[in-house]
Design a protein around this ligand. Structure first.
Ligand code: ADP
Length: 261
């Protein structure tokens, strides 16, 4: 519990710092891009310096795109929690997921039947799934299988280990399993840290899993991971079950009862 708390605080601090630096840095980059444009306008494409100035501009643009990712990470998005049926939302995502995974990675979606509801921000939920899917894809360069399974779980053992205070007794589980490279324990220890990445420069920011961690924490859920070198990786996301209030009963159900004499 303390470890997860420390992690959350670290995330907040890094987020604020990164946001502040990113914002100022972006202004500097915009000036560089602006002056490059001015120079380019005064040079013919055949001038020897034209290509050099282009390089300056392109690199500044690249830096600006990294800064934008940082800003997106640190910005507190306005959350709109709503009652979600995760099976339906995963189904909606399946086309996008298939495109993201490419032809060599098979997608296996198996829905727990009669899944409980959770209350969460749809955008954030999608971000969690997409981030996990991107990592899974990157861990399976020679192809493989990504399985996403949902289930209702009551008082998982892990809940007692992870949640301080009175944990809700019931959770919805989203389990994301890949058949990829897996991770050594030294790597596994660090994956939720902001900016930790083993990917090439330009390919990974190291913000994917810390974002996932932040979102799951914010929803009072928790996250578990099992991984073995050569044996693939399983991420388990537990989100507290939401029991809808009477007002939240879908309109169609209400009409049905109203029509009856
Ligand atoms: P990024 O993807 O930008 O590197 P993440 O925070 O999403 O940042 O992931 C951090 C690191 O955790 C990755 O660089 C990779 O080493 C490791 N990792 C994450 N997911 C997996 C996975 N499914 N299989 C193997 N390694 C993974």
């Amino acid at each position: 519990v303390e470890e997860q708390l420390a992690q959350s605080q670290k995330m907040n601090a890094v987020g604020q710092l990164a946001g502040g630096v990113a914002h100022d840095f972006n202004n500097v980059l915009q000036a560089i891009i602006g002056y490059s444009d001015l120079l380019l306008a005064n040079h013919r494409p055949t001038d020897p310096s034209f290509q050099d100035i282009m390089q300056i501009k392109q690199n500044a643009n690249r830096a600006a795109s990294l800064v934008r990712q940082l800003l997106a990470f640190s910005r507190r998005q306005t959350l709109r929690p709503e009652v979600l049926n995760l099976n339906d939302r995963l189904y909606d995502l399946s086309m996008l997921l298939k495109r993201l995974l490419g032809e060599r990675v098979e997608l296996d979606l198996s829905h727990g039947r009669d899944l409980w509801f959770v209350k969460a921000d749809l955008n954030q939920f999608e971000q969690v799934v997409m981030n996990l899917a991107v990592n899974a894809r990157d861990a399976m360069p020679d192809g493989g299988k990504l399985s996403i399974r949902t289930a209702n779980v009551t008082e998982p053992e892990a809940a007692r280990l992870h949640v301080s205070g009175m944990p809700p007794a019931e959770y919805v589980l989203v389990e994301v399993t890949d058949t990829g490279t897996g991770m050594a324990s030294e790597i596994l220890e660090k994956i939720f840290e902001p900016f930790f990445t083993t990917k090439e420069v330009g390919k990974g920011t190291g913000l994917g899993l810390s974002t996932v961690f932040g979102i799951v924490k914010q929803s009072n859920g928790f996250i578990d991971v099992d991984s073995k070198i050569g044996g693939g990786t399983v991420f388990r996301i537990y989100l507290p079950r939401h029991i809808p209030e009477v007002q939240e009963v879908p309109e169609s159900t209400k009409e049905d009862t109203a029509k009856k004499p």
